[in-house]
Ligand binder design. Structure first.
Ligand code: SAM
Length: 245
């Protein structure tokens, strides 16, 4: 009988974006909780758990030992998508890392992407770097969501092969801004988006007040940049509050 795996709300939300019965790779799987959940709930027919580091790799092997013996899972140690054979999986999840690392994993692993029909990405920071990579490589963002867990806000980006610029068309803001805001998030304006940018405003306001004590020309220039950024964030937050349904 399948073992019950308890996962966080964040991983639940990621799992919910997996098409039923898909062959899924979870890259940077850590203890392979997501992969185990996908298998045990019948949401995935086969999983590859990829891990760079020895400790989590061992934990993943343990977690998926039975499924591996049954031929439903494969745990592999390696960097990013190098653990995959071309065409082996239909869905790739990369979650819980910085956006820069996720974009670099995708860039270095481009040769493994033909045949993949969905990417489910959850950057902890630097979401715009992931959106930029998707845009430049014709992966169309088809959904975005934002959630809060233990006081931390997370964004999930879902992309499929298609027209990278499609979600950015016919929007009231330029692409450069939507890469930061998220084109779907900006269109839908979930309440947590206002919270996310409200926090960004607090962070910037704090830096600005700290810089106010310094007289160095570098600090003055930095303060000018932060002020400019703060003005933009203020306008975004006002807009989100005004448009609130
Ligand atoms: N994906 C899980 C989640 O969202 O809960 C685990 C996130 S954990 C913070 C990040 C994991 O990615 C770590 O276990 C780390 O060892 C692994 N990792 C970091 N860089 C990697 C890479 N280039 N390739 C594969 N795994 C990597």
């Amino acid at each position: 009988m399948a073992m019950t795996v308890t996962i966080s709300e964040r991983l639940h939300k990621i799992a919910a974006y997996c098409p039923a019965g898909a062959r899924v790779a979870d890259i940077g799987s850590d203890h392979a909780l997501l992969a185990a959940y996908l298998l045990n709930s019948g949401m995935a027919s086969f999983v590859v758990a990829g891990e760079l580091n020895e400790g989590p790799y061992r934990a993943a092997r343990q977690q998926l030992a039975r499924a591996t013996a049954e031929g439903r899972a494969s745990v592999r140690r390696g960097d990013g998508l190098e653990v995959l054979e071309p065409g082996e999986v239909e869905v790739i999840c990369i979650a819980g890392m910085g956006g820069q690392l996720i974009a670099s994993i995708l860039e270095r692993g481009k040769a493994k992407l033909p045949g993949v029909r969905r990417l489910i990405l959850q950057p902890n920071v630097g979401e715009e770097l992931v959106r930029e990579w998707l845009l430049q490589n014709d992966w169309e963002l088809v959904a975005e969501s934002i959630l809060e867990e233990d006081g931390v806000l997370y964004e999930i980006l879902v992309a499929e092969p298609g027209e990278g610029d499609k979600p950015y068309r016919d929007q009231e803001r330029p692409i450069a801004e939507l890469l930061r805001l998220g084109p779907h998030l900006w269109r839908d304006k979930p309440p947590l988006l206002a919270k996310r940018w409200g926090r960004e405003r607090e962070k910037h306001a704090k830096i600005l007040s700290q810089l106010a004590h310094s007289r160095s020309p570098q600090a003055k220039e930095r303060a000018r940049q932060i002020k400019q950024e703060l003005d933009w964030i203020d306008e975004v937050v006002t807009c989100l509050q005004t448009d609130k349904r």
